[in-house]
Design a protein. Structure first.
Length: 197
């Protein structure tokens, strides 16, 4: 039973169930509890033996019995099949985030002359190190509120940033783009190399 899929297992379990005395009483009222008989190899067995034989738990069996009483021997479908979650990210949301980040980088970013020694050919654009992704996300939320459109949560915002615009980065002290600092860093490296000689 364990190597079967969930749907196959459900069909086998339902095929071994028998619901007696209907869903309506003699007086026409809905029956609150109807009798269920369990079969194994076409012989009646107790509930515990049936559960053990079919490798199924109590709550799963009860939900299968309820489904069988209401719908007959049809396979079950999950309630969310075909529904899209309300927080799902759609193409327009991604496009809005990418446009916001590109405009933000054009306004506040410091473009670098060439790509670093690495895999991509896109030169990096450094944003001010005083800003964080959280503060940029707050500005994004504010711009969405002004435009009257839906905004994304911070995690989705950062994931889109990382996957679509990985060349836009927040500058760290190591990525300092000041020419004077870069010259000092090179002089320090030369001094270290000379002292090792």
């Amino acid at each position: 039973m364990r190597e079967l899929t969930k749907e196959e297992k459900d069909i086998i379990v339902v095929s071994n169930l028998k619901c007696g005395n209907g869903l309506i009483t003699k007086r026409g009222k809905p029956r609150k509890r109807s009798m269920v008989s369990y079969n194994a190899f076409q012989k009646p067995v107790c509930k515990k033996t049936f559960m053990l034989d079919n490798d199924i738990g109590r709550s799963a069996l009860e939900s299968l019995v309820d489904h069988f009483k209401q719908n007959g021997p049809l396979p079950r479908k999950h309630g969310n099949v075909g529904k899209k979650p309300p927080q799902a990210v759609i193409y327009d949301d991604v496009k809005r985030v990418v446009e916001f980040l590109q405009n933000y980088a054009d306004t506040y970013g410091i473009p670098q002359p060439a790509a670093p020694r690495g895999s991509d050919n896109t030169p990096p654009i450094y944003l001010d190190s005083g800003k964080t992704k959280l503060t940029i996300h707050k500005e994004y939320i504010e711009s969405c509120r002004e435009a009257g459109v839906r905004s994304l949560q911070r995690i989705a915002f950062c994931e889109i940033w990382k996957s679509c615009l990985c060349h836009i980065r927040i500058a760290s002290p190591r990525d300092d783009v000041c020419a004077t600092c870069e010259g000092h860093r090179k002089n320090i490296m030369k001094a270290i190399e000379e002292s090792e000689k």
